[in-house]
Write a protein that binds this ligand. Structure first.
Ligand code: EPU
Length: 334
């Protein structure tokens, strides 16, 4: 266990906000977490890689971080194609993806290079290129912070939806995830339908999950800013879902508008709308809109959280005025 007071969070948030936590504790096991919860008082925030957070100032409570490690094949049924892999919440997500691909196990290759840690993958229901974490999560092990009791959530109990889970809603702040078990395939079925994956892969025969991982890495590197170079939290906004009627009316006005049919309506890419509002590559103060993907807000260097929030609010207002659609941040404001 590592514990610090008045601790700089600069290396724990990818937006690069130079703020401090009153107390910061990193634990290595469920046992340590159970011991430590007795010492908690005041506000508590559990973070992963800090890649989806915007700190609006110093944090006056305790920040918890899991260093629970380990990637183990939990179950491999003879004759079955599935393998269950149990991963510690503190593992770096992309290290796990790299491991799976190296083992020839399919299911998570489309989620290559997503920043963050395994515990957060189950909270955020991370998703990209036609795959979401919920498609491969079987079990989530967690400790209730109030009681220290362990609970195992089955996939359905996690209430997964687009970028949503029970851990972000009804149980927000109540549980710390310790392990996630994923279902992977020994004979991978490639998922190449989203956007330009096929174009990037070209005409190569006998494609493997290694090729898919590399294509996704290339696409992401070309479109998304590297937080080590320019502070950002990936997509700043969620893609809104509108009714079919609203979509059809908009489509008449904007025939080139990209869209995805979903169960409860039609999803419109917020990045496209922000781009149409002329915001791509523009800035307000030291907060900017990425020049290759308008869904991503960037810290141009020393931006204050107020500057990021002002840019966010201005963009939301402009999108509302032009399209009559409310967009909402995916990033959590702390
Ligand atoms: N588009 C533009 N201009 C832009 C950005 C996008 O015209 O500046 C258009 C694109 O041409 C495309 C459509 O909008 O037709 C969708 O763009 P893209 O494929 O880049 O995906 P997205 O909907 O903007 C989502 C996820 C990303 C994920 C990609 C790929 C959300 C909030 N974001 O972005 O996730 O990588 O799909 O699956 O759902 C993240 O969550 O941090 C993240 C990066």
């Amino acid at each position: 266990m590592k514990e610090y007071s008045n601790y700089s969070l600069l290396n724990h948030n990818t937006f690069g906000m130079d703020v401090k936590a009153k107390r910061y504790v990193e634990y290595d096991s469920e046992e340590e977490l159970k011991e430590l919860i007795h010492t908690l008082d005041g506000d508590v925030l559990h973070i992963g890689g800090g890649s989806n957070l915007l700190f609006k100032g110093d944090y006056a409570g305790t920040i918890l971080h899991s260093a629970i490690k380990g990637v183990e094949i939990a179950e491999e049924v003879e004759g079955e194609d599935e393998v269950l892999v149990r991963v510690g919440a503190g593992e770096v997500w992309d290290d796990f993806v790299g491991w799976a691909v190296a083992q020839g196990l399919g299911g998570v290759e489309n989620l290559s290079l997503i920043p963050g840690e395994v515990g957060a993958s189950a909270v955020q229901n991370i998703g990209a290129y036609g795959v979401e974490a919920k498609d491969v999560i079987v079990l989530v092990e967690a400790i209730e912070l109030a009681s220290g009791q362990k609970r195992i959530f089955g996939n359905l109990e996690c209430d997964y939806a687009y970028r949503q889970s029970i851990f972000k809603n009804q149980l927000k702040g109540k549980y710390a995830i310790t392990y996630v078990t994923y279902r992977l395939q020994k004979t991978p079925v490639l998922k190449l339908e989203y956007g330009n994956i096929k174009a990037v892969l070209g005409d190569k025969d006998n494609l493997t999950i290694k090729d898919v991982r590399q294509a996704i890495i290339d696409i992401r590197n070309a479109k998304l800013p590297d937080p080590k170079v320019q502070g950002n939290a990936g997509s700043f906004f969620m893609n809104p879902v509108v009714s079919r009627e609203k979509f059809l009316a908009l489509q008449k006005e904007y025939p080139q508008m990209p869209f995805y049919e979903v169960a409860n309506g039609v999803k419109i890419p917020a990045g496209w709308m922000i781009d149409q509002c002329g915001w791509k590559g523009k800035s307000l103060g030291r907060a900017g809109v990425h020049d290759k993907q308008a869904l991503v807000l960037v810290n141009l260097g020393g931006a204050s959280s107020d500057e990021i929030v002002t840019l966010c609010e201005t963009i939301c207002k402009d999108v509302h005025e032009k399209f009559g659609i409310d967009i909402h941040p995916e990033v959590n404001f702390i």
